[in-house]
Every structure is written in C-alpha cells, then in structure tokens.
Design a binder for this molecule. Structure first.
Ligand code: ASP
Length: 352
C-alpha cells in the first residue's frame, strides 16, 4: 500500500513539473532556463589556420575573405535567432563556405598528389552525441550535407570514397563531375609543391612550410541554439599533395569535430596528423567534463601546449553550453568570426 502511495505521489510530482516546462524534441528544459539560454545562443566559424600575414595579403583579398565569413555566419545567426537548431545553423553556414573557391572545402578544395580533389567532412550533435562523417569523396558538392545524412539516414558514423558516393546517390544527392572542384589557384599550388619536392628542397612535403601553407581554408562552425543544444561541423579538402587516400582530422569525430551538450562544441583546423594524435576536439571537452576546466583554458592547453609539443600546428573554434567561446590558434592567423546572442559580430584573420 505504502509503495503504491509513493508511486502515485511520484507520478503527481512528475506531471506537475511537466506543466512548468517546454519540451524540445530531445530535452526538457525549465522555462526559466530557456530564457537564460535565449540570451546565450551564439555561433562561431573558422576558415582555416596558418601563416596568415597581413603583408602577404592584398586589401581586396582580405575584404573578400571577410565578406564571405560575414555572409556565412549571418546565415547561421538568422537560423538560431529564428529558433532553428544548432545543427541546421552549422550545416547551412558551412554550405556558404563550401560553395566559394576562397576556402579549402567544397569548391576550393586543394589537390592531391594525383591531381584529384578528395574531400572530408563531419558533424556532431551535442544533444544526442550522434555523429556523421565522410572521407575521400570526390563528387559531392557539399560534403557537410552528406556527413549529416550519414548521421541521420544510415546506421553508420563514417563512410568513405566510392561507398559514400553510392550512399549519397541512394539518398537523392546529385553528384557533380570531379572537374567542378578545379580551381587554377589550387592547381598551381600543387604544381609548386611538386616542383619543390622534385628539386629535393624538401623530403617530406608536409614538413615544407610552403606545402603546409598552401592548404589554407578548412572550414568549420560551432553553435549553441535557443534550445540549449550544441552542434559542430568541419569540412575540408585536406592537405595539398596528400597521397594514398590520406584522411585528415576533419572527418574524425573527437579530433576535427566534437559536440557534447554537457561541455562544448569544437571544430579544428591545422596539421591533421597531429590533431588526430592529440584527439584535439575531444580532449578539450574531456578536460571540461572531468576536470571542470573552462573552455578557454582547455583550448589553450591543447592548442598552445599539447599540439606544439608533438610538433603540430593549427587552431580550434569552440562554444560551450553557456555561450562562452574560444578561438585559439598557434599559427600566425586563423580566419574566424563570431556572433553572440546580442548580435555583436566579430571577424578576424590575424592575431589581433
Ligand atoms: N586539418 C586539415 C587536414 O589535415 C587541414 C586544415 O585544417 O588546414 O586535413
């Protein structure tokens, strides 16, 4: 009898709490909390890290980059402001960056040693810890959309190459001819890297500063929406002159991309081999989760200490579940932008 009574009281309490809350598709958050989250939502993007120096950049090119970053982030911001999901904001923002030749993702992807373009991308949903990724695709105009479809429409997390493209066709994606990704600038970069290799100016091309820096422009986006959910996404053409179906960190969940509502959302850019070995994106989240370290401090430790100690370089963008952000890099610059809940826009390329 006592047990039944306890059960009834329990059910009553549960039911009355429900009237006090708004229900999102996945989480139930009290109304007062939703009000707070409304004031915290935000979005951060990057367009790659590297030896970005003002002296090497014309005013018109700098403006072109800034304009594109602005156009992209405004799309995501509008989605968030309208109550859309962090994942929608992330993917739609990345689409803009994939569709311009300016960045090393989608249209502007760098060339492999075999003069092809092989693209990598991934997304992660902080509410469910669901993730999707594609690697080495050659006929997908917007790889971030296929990564999302892998997450939503397949039982898998990561698909690669021809199989990923077969899946894409089955999902109704129209495939582009690989020549869509041809840009003269990226093609000439590859020729220059190969020339240096031939002349034995370098033995391992990724160690060559020219080679490393001719890959600028991986793109990424992280967002916190009005429902309190985090999402992250990253899309890239990888590194110039890559061989043997090399896959970088961008499609590796935990290295290039990670999101967890308990902590933060992260997107990485840099020398992928080191970002995989340091598990950069998850490491930042883990420090927050297990040690209570702030996003900014965790990002600093990983980007300024752990990655350089291995010999790698690059950066990350991050946003935590309170809307605090980090844009940390150990290179000369990183294309980056942020819009907070108050609508304040920041766009930067160099250290400051
Ligand atoms: N992380 C990318 C890769 O290694 C390249 C980059 O971010 O610039 O494939």
């Amino acid at each position: 009898m006592k047990q039944i009574l306890t059960l009834l009281i329990g059910l009553f309490v549960l039911f009355s709490c429900k009237n006090d809350t708004k229900t999102t598709s996945r989480t139930t958050i009290p109304t007062s909390e939703l009000q707070k989250i409304d004031e915290m939502h935000g979005i951060v993007i990057h367009g790659g890290a590297g030896t970005l120096l003002k002296k090497n950049m014309s005013d018109s090119l700098e403006n072109a980059y800034k304009e594109k970053l602005k156009e992209a982030i405004l799309i995501g911001d509008e989605i968030l402001r309208g109550g859309g999901t962090a994942m929608e904001a992330v993917t739609k923002t990345i689409n803009v960056l994939e569709d311009t030749p300016l960045f090393n993702a989608g249209k502007g992807a760098v060339f492999t040693h075999d003069e092809k373009n092989e693209l990598d991308a991934s997304v992660m949903d902080g509410a469910t810890l669901n993730a999707g990724a594609v690697a080495g695709v050659t006929r997908i105009k917007n790889p971030i959309d296929l990564a999302l479809s892998v997450m939503n429409d397949s039982p898998h997390v990561m698909l690669s190459g021809v199989g990923a493209e077969t899946f894409a066709e089955e999902q109704g994606f129209s495939l582009v001819d690989p020549s869509y990704f041809y840009t003269e600038k990226r093609y000439q970069s590859l020729q220059k890297v190969k020339e240096r290799e031939k002349n034995k100016a370098v033995s391992v091309s990724f160690d060559d500063p020219y080679s490393k820096d001719s890959k600028f422009g991986t793109v990424g986006c992280v967002a916190l929406d009005k429902h309190g959910n985090l999402a992250a996404g990253t899309s890239t053409g990888g590194m110039t002159n890559k061989r043997w179906n090399r896959i970088g960190d961008a499609p590796i969940i935990g290295a290039g991309t990670y999101a967890n509502n308990a902590t933060c959302a992260i997107s990485s850019t840099g020398w992928g081999e080191y970002f995989i070995r340091a598990m950069v994106a998850h490491d930042i989240s883990a420090m927050m989760e297990y040690k209570g370290v702030t996003l900014q401090e965790a990002a600093r430790i990983v980007i300024q200490e752990k990655v350089p100690a291995l010999g790698g370089d690059g950066g990350i963008i991050g946003i935590d579940n309170q809307g605090n952000i980090a844009m940390e890099f150990n290179t000369a610059g990183m294309y980056r932008a942020h819009i907070n809940a108050q609508g304040e826009l920041t766009i930067k390329i160099y250290k400051d």
